[in-house]
Design a protein around this ligand. Structure first.
Ligand code: S3P
Length: 179
């Protein structure tokens, strides 16, 4: 599908729960495969010129989801990219349909403990700004698990793995990177 050096076009979309390492992995994969990495949350923030937490606070989640959907639609037309999706992207069937047009969809999974450790001091994720963060992560993750899995072409367990290991696993699974 994708060859190192970008010889053959083909895209990868990374999905999964908040703080599973999607953005870093998209960058790592893109640089290894000679593709361009694009981050949906970053693009939303750039276009709106404000942070996601402000968008949620000032205009609500529905407004954020509409922006997200527009950007997914636009990015789904591009070639040679690795797209890092926000954790809610694949909860909308239309987003999945769009991503499927040109992308292999890779799901990153992590434990509740990993997510909590990675978001300990994080204030940028409005859905996790709860008094009982553990309860919020556990509940949201359970609610979303099946939808994530149904959307995925491949599922990668990231627990205890370094980013390069995850990268290599994905490349192996996708049959990418072979000269
Ligand atoms: C969300 C995940 C966030 C961001 C927004 C909503 C979600 O992205 O899009 O806060 O619904 O899971 P990350 O997955 O990059 O944290």
């Amino acid at each position: 599908m994708v060859n190192r050096g970008g010889k053959t076009a083909g895209n990868i979309a990374i999905i999964g729960f908040m703080a599973t390492g999607k953005t870093s992995l998209a960058r790592e994969l893109a640089s290894y495969l000679g593709l361009r990495s694009l981050d949906i949350d970053n693009l939303i923030e750039e276009r709106e010129n404000r942070e996601i937490s402000q968008i949620f606070k000032q205009d609500g989640e529905g407004y954020f989801r509409r922006l997200e959907k527009e950007i997914v639609k636009e990015l789904s037309l591009l070639e040679g990219v690795v797209i890092s999706c926000g954790g809610g992207v694949c909860l909308d069937p239309e987003n999945i349909k769009n991503l499927r047009k040109k992308n292999k969809i890779v799901l990153l999974e992590a434990s509740v403990e990993d997510i909590l450790a990675r978001t300990k001091r994080d204030k940028g994720r409005p859905l996790l700004n709860r008094l009982d963060k553990k309860e919020a992560v556990t509940r949201l993750m359970a609610d979303r698990k099946d939808q994530y899995r149904d959307a995925a072409d491949i599922i990668i367990d990231t627990s205890g793995k370094r980013i390069r290991e995850v990268r290599d696993e994905i490349i192996k699974e996708l049959g990418a990177g072979e000269d």
